[in-house]
Write a protein that binds this ligand. Sequence first.
Ligand code: CA
Length: 722
Amino acid sequence: MKRFGAWLGGVALLALAACGESNAPLPAITAADVDGAAIIAADRRPDIWISHGRTYSEQRYSPLKLVNDTNVKDLGLAWTSELDTNRGMESTPIVIDGVMYVTSAWSVVYAYNAKTGERLWKFDPEVDKSRGVSACCDVVNRGVAIWQGNVFVGTIDGRLIALDTKTGAKKWDVVTVDQSKPYTITGAPRVIKGNVIIGNGGAEFGVRGYITAYSAADGKQVWRFFTTPNPTKTADGAASDKVFAEKANETWGDTGEWTESGGGGTAWDGMAYDPDLDIMYVGIGNGSPWNQRLRDPAAKDNLFLSSILAIKPETGEYVWHYQTTPGETWDYTATQPLMLAELKIDGKDRKVVMQAPKNGFFYVIDRKTGELISADKYQDNVNWATHVDLKTGRPVEAANARYESPQSALQIPGPLGSHNWHPMAFSPDTGLVYIPAHTLPTIYANMENFRYRPGAWNTGTDFAAAALPTAMAERIAAGAASKGQLVAWDPIAKKPRWVVDYPNAWNGGVLATGGNLVFQGALDGRFRAYDAAKGGEPLWQFDTQYPALSGPISYEIDGEQYIAVTAGWGTALPLAGGTGNRDGAARMGASVMGRVLVYKIGGAAKLEPNYPFVPDPVPTAEDFGSAAVVEHGKELYFNNCMVCHGDSVQSGGIVTDLRWSGVPATKDGFAEVVIDGKYASSGMASFKQKLAPEDVEAIRAYIVNRSNEDAAAIKAAAQPPK
Ligand code: CA
């Protein structure tokens, strides 16, 4: 018996040793030590969060479980710090060696002591604020990357900058775009094999998308991969030349607005990397203009719009692609977060890449070959396509989906998607993907007489027609007003295991943890934790005052686990949707500064109230202009001003609410701002090149008309009932 016991003990020790080889914690490292080997070994240092999605797989799962489903009720604020910008927050922090690196709007970078919240340094790239009008969806930034003592940030004016992790001092600064064009960078860089990989945005205005690799050491360009052809379909001297000559050029017609606009296909967010296969994955955006009938009358597939692209990180060499939305015409980007996982499907172990792009289907794809394994609606109200044909890999579109003149039926999703940039998470414990999904339907309307205007809003779809009262009535009658869901999606069973419903759309990114928790902020200004296995009522919630929509993270210092998230007021929906989309978020408004919020068990810090000033509804001036002029002004407003100043001039409070501003009161005062660019330095650029003086005056007539209309309505509502 004794010998048997010794033998058994030996087996146990061997098993422990084998286990220890792959899972034992590794010694602590500093920011100078972060490289590919360190990121690949991230699961053996669960106390830090060293790349955007924590690991190259980008699962946004923290194995930490000191905070768990039994003690999360005692979670409290450990520290908070106010950031110095008042626009939207989308940043995922990075934490290593006790330091947190986080970005805020306008691409500003901060370093904090991650335990105490002491600010160590701040770097402001001093972006020309007039470039803010080239940002479709607020002047946001999703975070930095760290590599060998440098921190990398992409800026809203298209630069990639390397800073010293210790001091924030600039080491190098390269311009990655033609700054005369409306390019922006909002996404976080990733570093793979010494290359800093960065894409860009701008497809709503008209740019040609691409991804570029720069040497982390000195900022020298290593390769570039274009995602659309150039107008002559000739070689660019780029890594993408071969695949365009072989298969992508032929998916574009020879004429159409794309030859001037650049075609779009910007890569502004999702990336992941498999070090074993040595393949990186990049999500590619929508067409420019959106409306394919105008973009490419030949109505071809238009590679690589709305595709997941697999390429080699050292050379940019093409490996495979999967196009989620061929002939994209609805702003259905596939830039959404990408994640890698190992799943047992039909008895076989599959290495997969997964995505919930805007178009409403959840894709599971073999990440070595690009073979489509499954594609299923993660929001059951999606109506632009009935299903995806797994044999052809193509969606089967609804008959009326490609909006014929003048407008199509109510469509789900609209341009903000069934899921947008808000990061999803995967828990290997539950096998579930947690998707921050929503319903934001729209009515797409073909824009008659569209012509591409350089630098202007160029979608070729008429936002004014989509906002017609009949369209709104149809939206409401269909019960398809905006709403949100946290979907715990089973990627093997291809259906939700549980769902949390929210009355409003556009809720926050998700973190899954080893403590059987998922954390999510919501547009209603609450940050919540749910049981990862069962969902249901929140186990914990905290009043964040403004929405914490960014990707939360977790880290551990001195035996305490922290949960961190950034919060603020802004991003695409609140900016464009105005008060009409502020369901449950009525407290938000102007002058809300962004914040970092950090929690731990027993945290007792207080969040100082910072409720914003909301202007009184005093009309700006007396109505003027004929009905025809006001109507013309409305059309111009929706297609030039709405994305920042809000639907029907109802500002979400992020930028000036024009209904209560003195600026539209006089012709000269309005022209000073809109034509002469008086406030360009704070983000309101001149529209001199885009709008004629009489058009500016028509817009003013519409704004003044809306001001009086709403002031009267608010006054009437304030009367006590008889
Ligand atoms: Ca877009």
